[in-house]
Structures are given as C-alpha cells and as structure tokens.
Design a protein. Structure first.
Length: 250
C-alpha cells in the first residue's frame, strides 16, 4: 500500500470492485425479509482486552436521517445505498490496515494501530490516508452512480484522534461478540464530528504531531479551546482541519 498517494492501479481496482458490487445489489430481488418482532439484546459480559496506541477514525454521513425512509420501498432503497457506500468504506479502512469496530447506521468507527500495514507505518498516517481515499472514492466513484440514479450524493465528515486505547472483547458466550475500543481517544474522535462540516477531516493535536512533516502544511488550526486538555500539563488540546486532498491516481 502506498500511503503517500492514490495509485492508478489501486484506483482501478476500486472502480472494478464497486461495479461488481453494484451489479450484485441490482440483481438482488428482495434485500429485506419480513418480520414482526424486534430482537432483544442479551446481557453483555466483559471479556479480555489489550492496550495499544492507535489512531481512531470516526465518520458519519451528513444529513442522511433526512432522506425519505417511511415506506418499505424507501427503506429498501436506502439499504442499497448504504450497502454500496459502506462496503467500499470498510474495504478502504481494511486495505490501509485499519480494524473496523462497528457501523453506527450512517457512520463507522475504525482504529489504526502503530507499526501495521504493508509497509509498516504509524497509525496516524494510515488513518489520514484512508480518510483521503474514502473522500476521493465517494466523490469520484460512488456519487456519480447515485447522481445518475437521480439520488442525492453522499457527503460525510471525518474525525481522527490518536492515543492509548484498550481494545476489548465484549459479548455473551456463544451468542454475540465484538471488539470495542475504550478510552478518551475514541471519545474525542467521536465528539470531533460535532465541529466538522460535510466534507471536513478534523484531526486531534496528537494526530497533527504524528503525521509526516510535509503533510502538516495542509493542517490548519480549527479549534483551540475544545473542552479537552492534556492531563499532565493542563494545556488545551486543539483540533486541526486537514485541507489536503488526493488530486487523483498517479
């Protein structure tokens, strides 16, 4: 994986993959099964976990809840849009050696641990490169399909923070299990979205410190008094707006 740019080979593989997925979605006769009961959650049990340093990435689609969803047909249509969009967003995260923890309906959360990927790279650079690729593929591959279908294009925002997290396994034995990231880093990345506009990438100060020197020129101070502070020094923890974008495959 090339973290410095979007390569022509990788971009073409994305285009081909999205076309295959679109063909599969269009061929499905009935994506939703009828049902009458809402599943009841089991009591969750706390399992094991491990601590590591990682960049945590949150995204959510802007204004998605305002799209029509009252009728079964509208819900099926939204399901197809979400399937088309999130299938590729998850693949992008995984190809940048990120772990997708969960899908939040109109968003997702992923974490990028240090010294992972091929070649190995720190989590901040990989998370930011993944976010840039997610924006590019949405604007240049996903949205043209939606526009051609007379559907409003997708806009989303990104928040990325970096620091120590505990990745734990939660679930009920033999019924449900999943990984969760626990810690202030995940909380900050999530709350950062409140200060982001559609199309924005916001990064925490610790992400700003850990991206390559040449990338910092595209990082602008967005908010100094964020409500978060460094525990050791008591100084404010700032948010930055990352304005760099992939120009296109090289």
């Amino acid at each position: 994986m090339d973290y410095e740019r979007l390569t022509t080979t990788y971009w073409q593989s994305q285009v081909d993959r999205l076309q295959r997925l679109l063909n599969i979605i269009r061929a499905r006769p009935e994506p939703v099964a009828a049902g009458r009961l809402i599943p009841q959650p089991d009591e969750l049990a706390i399992g094991t976990g491990r601590q590591l340093s990682a960049a945590v990435l949150f995204t959510d689609i802007s204004g998605f809840s305002a799209r029509p969803s009252g009728t079964p047909d509208e819900q099926k249509f939204l399901l197809n849009i979400l399937n088309f969009y999130f299938s590729e967003m998850i693949r992008v995260c995984e190809e940048y050696a990120g772990t997708v923890e969960k899908n939040t309906g109109d968003g997702l959360m992923a974490y990028f641990e240090d010294n992972a990927g091929d070649p190995a790279e720190n989590g901040c650079k990989r998370a930011l490169a993944a976010a840039l690729t997610m924006l590019y593929v949405t604007q240049n591959a996903i949205n043209p399909v939606l526009i051609n279908s007379n559907t409003k294009p997708i806009e989303f925002r990104v928040g990325i923070d970096y620091g120590p997290i505990t990745v734990a396994q939660l679930g009920a034995a033999r019924r449900f299990g999943g990984l969760v990231a626990i810690g202030a880093t995940a909380n900050i990345a999530s709350k950062m979205l409140d200060d982001a506009s559609p199309g924005d990438i916001l990064i925490g100060e610790d992400v700003h410190k850990n991206i390559p020197v040449g990338w910092k020129q595209f990082s602008q101070l967005a908010k100094h008094e964020t409500g978060w502070i460094y525990k050791a020094s008591g100084l404010d923890y700032s948010f930055y707006k990352y304005i760099g974008r992939w120009k296109g495959p090289l």
